[in-house]
Ligand binder design. Structure first.
Ligand SMILES: [Cu+2]
Length: 147
């Protein structure tokens, strides 16, 4: 079940280790305080394959997961989860997906997944400029970590 390993350094985050076949799942905690500061998804980014899933865990209460609309591959589904609930998101289509925690967007609480071929990378990266200052800082770091 736990097929994740900790990469060196907190910023690198979790790297899914897929089996010979089939999809992998990684777990992302929603935290009031993490290695990167207050109000974080941990890890804040992940590299996935199409078909993989992310299980967002409400480790601390009061968080959720909402698609950043400018960071969504063509044809992919929007996500918006209720507060304080576990949600499993499946990444069917290749591309770059950005998510925010709705109440903590101003704190920069964001998560980015790069799934297979990042077809919308330029669009998604350009959208960083329009995000709140703390989100801008964290998203810039997450995008850099995914390259
Ligand atoms: Cu939050």
């Amino acid at each position: 079940m736990l097929k994740t390993i900790l990469a060196a350094g907190a910023v690198a985050g979790l790297v899914a280790v897929a089996g010979q076949a089939g999809a992998a799942e990684i777990q992302v905690k929603m935290l009031n305080k993490g290695a990167q500061g207050a109000m974080v998804f941990e890890p804040a980014q992940a590299t996935l394959k199409p078909g993989d899933t992310v299980r967002f865990l409400p480790t601390d209460k009061g968080h959720n997961v909402e698609t950043i609309k400018e960071m969504l591959p063509p044809g992919a589904e929007l996500v918006k989860s209720p507060l304080s609930q576990e949600i499993v998101v499946k990444f069917a289509k290749p591309g770059v997906y950005g998510f925010k925690c709705t109440p903590h967007w101003g704190f920069g609480m964001a998560f980015v997944a790069k799934v297979g071929q990042p077809v919308n990378l330029a669009t998604a990266e350009a959208a960083i400029a329009k995000t709140p200052p703390m989100a801008k800082k964290r998203l810039t770091a997450s995008f850099a970590a995914l390259k």
